[in-house]
Design a protein around this ligand. Structure first.
Ligand code: AGP
Length: 623
């Protein structure tokens, strides 16, 4: 989704901004733009629809020295929410007087009222349909109302900066919603301003004294060694140094040490990040299992001294599927009430929360707006919260009481793969820890045994990765008009849902994931020779029932693909994908891999880019 990037240093800002926006690309966007500010206080803006390359080409065709001399600027990748995809709607937006340019992430809930007020009372003409442009106009308006003398007088840069900062705070009080804003002002050359409310924003500094700003902390790792994450309501003035303010009062912030993530390049033998990330699943699982030692759990969850009575697991999309698995697995292990809740639904429900409730939030990015809203609601009830996330230092880490990290490494493909397997692994270990957290002596627990089962599963996934020719064949037979139902029971239901989501998001086929037992309660009406049914069967208890379900859909003409460790299912399958029999309660960590491969190979056979599916973003930062 939208991304903010800013630069001040000794290099041409255009180059740095384009580099930064390129790194932000993985989040998904539909247009991009930059605004640079030169020493004389003139702002130049360049925006284009589509990929960063369009922006680069537009820049190349410009008279270079016009904007190349600038060493300060802000950039943005836009994900359309209010107003279609166009260069007018792309950010940065400039104010009616030309003194302010802004970039914005988030959603301004009261933008219509502000727009009406600015149009009717101030006669300001808008050039975009966005909920962001009014921020630039409001800044100009407030500045002209309060500080017209500063514009005329021989004021110092510092006085002008203070005035701009004051106006940013005034405007922030008018705005409702979520917003991270980057601002440049023609009256204060070589300076960027940042403001954050409910949408992430950070400032970075490197050893050469260059300053950066980004809405995406992992992006800053490519440019800086040190960063500062803004908290809600804070502003920053970024020039040769950075100063932070809370309601106009200067504050000190703790620096965060950044480590450049290794292994973010595609290897030469992988065409896409998704392919590379599927191959990395065993490592992701093993690293997560190693990190989450018993000692680590004890240190990160010092407050967990007795088994909770109720555990809720909350997340969205793929992470929600990890939540369903978590609720099944934890209930089985701990014998306490567990429930998976969609984060976006949690805020609409009156879920019973009390002292003995723990809420676990699962999120790869740690920035998903729905999940962040849900954790904020849980915290209002004083409930203990745990975040399972793949991005250290993401927003959820600073909100939750404890963090249980997944160690999948950077995941750039929009379709989550290795992070999901790592989430399931973290969930297993957390469940075991919930069960034993009140033990004085952990020596007799089965924690080490569970860890070795995870190692065994990782090794078996390696074998799956080398034998996928059958899946490639299926992928090649699928047509763009096909409809596919995925079915499974118990733990396999989780895999069926995730398999369906994976295939639909990158191949655009209609897919649905169902409980095997639910077919006969409605969906059977849709079963005919035009549909595929993918059945996942790894559970001894439900094997016979799955056999019957497959036989039933096959009798109605559906083409059946069975992913199973039970050879018996071959009798009723059109295509049988044999997998090994692993510890049944943990089988989703393993059995999802052939379905992740199926999704990837289908997208490739349709000549689609699996890393950047249409309409989807890696990090969904708006509700
Ligand atoms: C995964 O393949 C999806 N693109 C999506 O469902 C994702 O899992 C969801 O948006 C939640 O993201 P998060 O894990 O970063 O919170």
């Amino acid at each position: 989704m939208c991304g903010i990037f800013g630069y001040i240093g000794q290099k041409p800002a255009v180059d740095q901004l384009l580099l930064g926006l390129k790194v932000l690309e993985y989040r998904g966007y539909d247009s991009a733009g930059i605004a640079v500010l030169n020493d004389k206080g003139s702002i130049n803006i360049l925006k284009r629809e589509g990929k960063i390359i369009n922006l680069l080409n537009a820049f190349k065709s410009l008279e270079k020295n016009k904007i190349y001399a600038s060493q300060c600027g802000i950039g943005h990748t836009r994900w359309a929410t209010h107003g279609g995809v166009s260069s007018n709607n792309a950010h940065p937006h400039i104010s009616y007087g030309g003194n302010f340019a802004i970039v914005h992430n988030g959603i301004i809930d009261n933008y219509r009222e502000i727009r009406n007020m600015l149009t009717n009372e101030q006669h300001i003409e808008f050039v975009s349909q966005t909920d962001s442009e009014e921020i630039a106009h409001l800044l100009e308006l407030e500045f002209s109302k309060r500080y017209s003398d500063i514009i005329r007088s021989e004021s110092t840069q510092r006085e002008r900066q203070k005035a701009v900062l004051d106006c940013i705070n005034v405007v922030a009080d008018i705005l409702k919603g979520s917003f991270a804003i980057g601002v440049i002002c023609a009256l204060t050359p070589n300076c960027i301003y940042a403001y954050k409310n409910l949408s992430p924003l950070a400032v970075g500094r490197n050893s050469s004294g260059e300053m950066y700003m980004s809405s995406d902390l992992p992006t800053l790792c490519n440019f800086c060694e040190t960063a500062y994450a803004l908290s809600d309501g804070e502003t920053a003035i970024i020039c040769k140094r950075v100063a932070f303010f809370d309601k106009g009062i200067e504050i000190q912030k703790k620096p965060i040490r950044l480590n450049k993530e290794k292994n973010t390049e595609r290897t030469s033998d992988c065409k896409h990040y998704m392919e590379k990330e599927i191959l990395e699943i065993p490592d992701a699982i093993l690293r997560t299992k190693d990190k989450l030692s018993l000692n680590y759990m004890r240190d990160t969850l010092p407050w967990l001294t007795k088994k909770p009575e109720t555990i809720y697991f909350l997340g969205c999309g793929t992470a929600f599927h990890a939540c369903i698995f978590a609720s099944y697995y934890t209930e089985k292990i701990c014998k306490v009430y567990c429930k998976a809740i969609l984060a976006s639904e949690f805020i609409c429900q009156d879920v019973k929360l009390n002292d003995s409730t723990v809420c676990v939030f699962i999120t790869q990015s740690g920035e998903t707006a729905d999940t962040l809203q849900a954790i904020r609601k849980a915290k209002q009830f004083g409930v203990r919260t745990i975040a399972i996330t793949n991005v250290a230092l993401s927003s959820i880490c600073s909100i939750s009481d404890s963090v249980v990290p997944t160690m999948a490494g950077v995941e750039l493909g929009v379709a989550s793969t290795k992070a999901y397997n790592a989430q399931l692994c973290a969930v297993v270990l957390l469940a075991v820890y919930f069960d034993i957290c009140d033990c004085i002596d952990f020596r007799h627990s089965n924690y080490a045994e569970i860890q070795s089962t995870i190692t065994d599963i990782a090794n078996r996934i390696n074998a799956l990765n080398s034998g996928k020719s059958k899946i490639e064949e299926i992928a090649k037979t699928l047509r763009r008009s096909d409809r596919i139902f995925f079915i499974g029971r118990g733990f396999d239901y989780v895999t069926a849902r995730e398999g369906a989501l994976k295939l639909k998001e990158i191949s655009y086929l209609y897919c649905d994931g169902l409980c095997g037992g639910e077919l006969k309660h409605g969906t059977l009406a849709l079963i005919s020779k035009d549909v595929y049914v993918v059945a996942v069967a790894t559970q001894t208890d439900s094997m016979k029932k799955m056999y019957n379900a497959v036989a039933e859909v096959r009798a109605r003409g559906a083409k059946c693909i069975c992913v199973s460790c039970f050879e018996k299912l071959n009798e009723v399958s059109d295509v049988f994908i044999p997998i090994e029999h692993v510890e049944e309660t943990m089988s989703p960590i393993y059995s999802i891999v052939p379905l992740q491969q199926l999704a990837y190979l289908t997208a490739v056979s349709f000549s689609l880019d699996p890393d950047k599916p249409r309409n989807l973003a890696k990090s969904v930062t708006v509700e």
